[in-house]
Design a binder for this molecule. Structure first.
Ligand SMILES: [Zn+2]
Ligand SMILES: [Zn+2]
Length: 252
């Protein structure tokens, strides 16, 4: 990918963010496509004949008459990438003729990777492993590994050449003048309804702690039920049993 292509993709991603007012990641891929007038239809909602025809065209997704058809039998994170790959073709104005060469496919993949996890957002998220990236940006491990490598390439360029005008525009898009910081994620805690900023888990720390404690308690309850049953199955008979009763009372 040459610098000209890279700039074109960076500009296209930024344009989608400002047009669709994307201020929090991860976002709904289907909502973005509907903003551009495209509806999404899963293969499995079609007749068996049509499903077969779809899988012959693509294992993942394809675009036809303002509709993106996608294979719903694949992993949800892979579907997100496929939908953004199709948005890439739309925003980069790839025609069906240009679609036959390799370059538009590479560009659409680069667009999908960048829009799902912009390198500057990766930087501010603090994610530095493919596992973290996958969880926070809802991408497959494979896509996360690629995005992470590309993040380091981007970071080297920032250190060496400083921010480009496109980098500055990306920074300004996510800069919250009220909070005086780069804000890439805004959510509401489902339990206490408090506002969460730049948070990589779905609950606030306090509700996450309560949930963790509840889960640990549940796990102990389940474990104690099982161990009680295990205890009964290996319990010795006769004398040993009497000895156990003497030692441990009416425990069993
Ligand atoms: Zn494609
Ligand atoms: Zn909460």
């Amino acid at each position: 990918m040459n610098q000209q292509q890279q700039n074109k993709i960076d500009a296209a991603v930024l344009n989608v963010f400002s047009t669709c007012k994307v201020r929090s990641l991860p976002f709904s891929c289907q909502e973005l496509l509907s903003f551009y007038g495209y509806s999404c239809i899963p293969y499995n909602s079609l007749s068996p004949e049509k499903q077969l025809a779809c899988t012959t065209i693509s294992d993942d997704a394809f675009c036809l008459n303002h509709t993106v058809y996608y294979n719903s039998n694949t992993a949800p994170f892979r579907i997100r990438f496929s939908l953004m790959h199709e948005l890439g073709h739309i925003c980069l104005r790839h025609t069906s003729v240009s679609g036959k060469s390799q370059s538009p496919e590479q560009e659409a993949n680069a667009f999908a990777s960048l829009i799902l996890a912009p390198r500057m957002v990766i930087h501010y998220s603090g994610c530095r492993t493919a596992e973290d990236l996958s969880r926070v940006f809802q991408m497959t491990f494979e896509a996360s590994g690629y995005a992470l490598n590309d993040y380091y390439r981007w970071y080297d360029h920032i250190l060496r050449d400083k921010m480009s005008p496109l980098d500055k525009a990306m920074y300004l898009h996510f800069y919250d003048s009220e909070k005086k910081r780069f804000v890439w994620n805004r959510t509401i805690c489902p339990d206490c309804q408090s506002e969460l900023i730049n948070h990589s888990s779905c609950r606030c720390p306090e509700c996450a702690r309560i949930e963790k404690e509840q889960k640990a308690l549940d796990a102990r309850m389940i474990a104690s039920q099982y161990s009680y049953r295990d205890w009964e199955t290996w319990l010795p008979e006769g004398f040993e049993r009497a000895e156990y009763r003497y030692l441990y009372g009416d425990m069993y």
